[in-house]
Design a protein around this ligand. Structure first.
Ligand code: ATP
Length: 355
């Protein structure tokens, strides 16, 4: 049972702040996912926690005790990185036993722990194989078993699914999540893939330029994005820059009627969720347009609707819902209610809805 705290953690490379005062408190057993585009500082943060990169400022604490002075091997962390980094000349069982041997675990106890890990990761039948004789998903399960074998206080996962085929990702992701839950392990995972992050996290931390842009549950970030960046990074949003006045947003030649009422006026960014828009539906939010592309995709049908010469809205409706696939050139009204829209002022702050 371990609580992990980052207190204004910082990394400078010359004048560049790769990690800019990140503070996080992760209660015991929680899985937090650090999410953000390439270069936002995810890996640097994780490596400072593991002890492979020295922090320039701030602190990392386990149960309130700073661990910054400890070398990596004394931090009691289980690590799984994107390249599985298994020892190629060792069998699966020996790979899993490696950390235990390094810690001089008595032979019988080590062997029992290896068996437990083989069972947990469903690798029993592969114990005597070498890494090159395993699939990518199996190799990643060995890496996970090796990380868990030492009873780490914290588990650190750096893009653990990125070398796997799309079809395997969801499966290995679920495996990791189930094992993390079963072990009750405090965990930080790093990824740039928002679907992966949404599927696996208890809580998400969106990073941008070395800073925490927003943190919260999946629902917090999806329903109440704090910035235009989060609105476009978590789920998909069509972002429209325009001018807010009298309950409408003017975007080039189009005028969009908003579903909610907002206090501000002037330059704004309107974020609209494609899957919450409808064609010719109810809802006080609305704008007229012309269908430019229509696609039937099985579970959903997509319409790309032109609302101004250079402006389009994507509308994604369940195929089970009323309506039909329109033809290009059809005139339609895109409609929505308040949960589909988010209005940000010029500084990127969300506009409160007036009740
Ligand atoms: P990715 O998803 O591409 O791995 P990331 O979010 O993990 O990206 P980091 O690897 O943490 O990003 O890098 C954060 C920033 O720090 C980047 O701008 C990177 O160029 C810079 N950086 C990382 N390591 C060094 C270094 N050794 N020297 C100088 N700059 C560095």
């Amino acid at each position: 049972m371990t609580r992990l705290t980052l207190d204004r953690l910082e990394k400078r490379y010359g004048a560049m702040l790769a990690v800019d005062q990140i503070s996080l408190d992760i209660p015991s057993g929680e899985m937090v996912v650090l999410l953000g585009p390439s270069g936002c500082g995810k890996t640097t943060t994780l490596r400072m926690i593991a002890g492979f990169i020295e922090a320039s400022g701030g602190d990392v604490l386990l149960d309130g005790q700073s661990i910054l002075d400890l070398p990596p091997y004394r931090r009691e962390m289980g690590l799984v990185f994107q390249s599985y980094a298994l020892f190629p000349h060792m069998t699966v069982a020996r790979n899993i036993a490696f950390g235990l041997e390094m810690r001089n675990t008595p032979r019988a106890a080590a062997s029992q722990r290896v068996q437990e890990m083989l069972r947990l990761t469903r690798l029993e039948r592969l114990a005597d194989r070498f890494p090159r004789q395993l699939s990518g998903g199996q190799q990643q399960r060995v890496a996970l078993a090796r990380a868990l074998a030492i009873h780490p206080r914290v588990l650190l996962l750096d893009e653990p699914l990125s070398n796997l085929d799309a079809s395997l990702r969801a499966e290995v992701g679920r495996d990791i999540r189930l094992m993390q839950r079963a072990a009750g392990l405090t965990t930080i995972m790093v990824t740039h893939d928002q679907d992966e992050a949404m599927a696996m996290a208890d809580r998400l931390v969106v990073l941008r330029d070395g800073r925490v842009e927003q943190s919260g549950t999946q629902e917090d970030l999806y329903e109440r994005p704090a910035t235009p960046f989060v609105a476009s990074f978590i789920g998909r949003s069509t972002m429209l820059e325009g001018t807010l006045a009298d309950g409408t947003v003017g975007v080039e030649s189009a005028r969009l009627a908003l579903a909610g009422r907002y206090a501000g006026t002037g330059a704004c960014t309107l974020a609209l969720r494609p899957e919450r828009l409808r064609l010719n539906g109810a809802g006080a939010g609305r704008v007229d347009g012309v269908v430019e592309l229509a696609s039937y995709l099985g579970p959903v049908r997509d319409h790309l609707v032109r609302i101004a010469p250079e402006r389009h809205l994507l509308v994604r409706e369940p195929t089970a819902a009323a309506g039909r696939l329109h033809d290009a050139g059809d005139t339609v009204t895109v409609t929505w209610d308040v949960a589909a829209e988010r209005v940000f002022d010029q500084a990127g702050a969300p506009q409160a809805e007036l009740s």
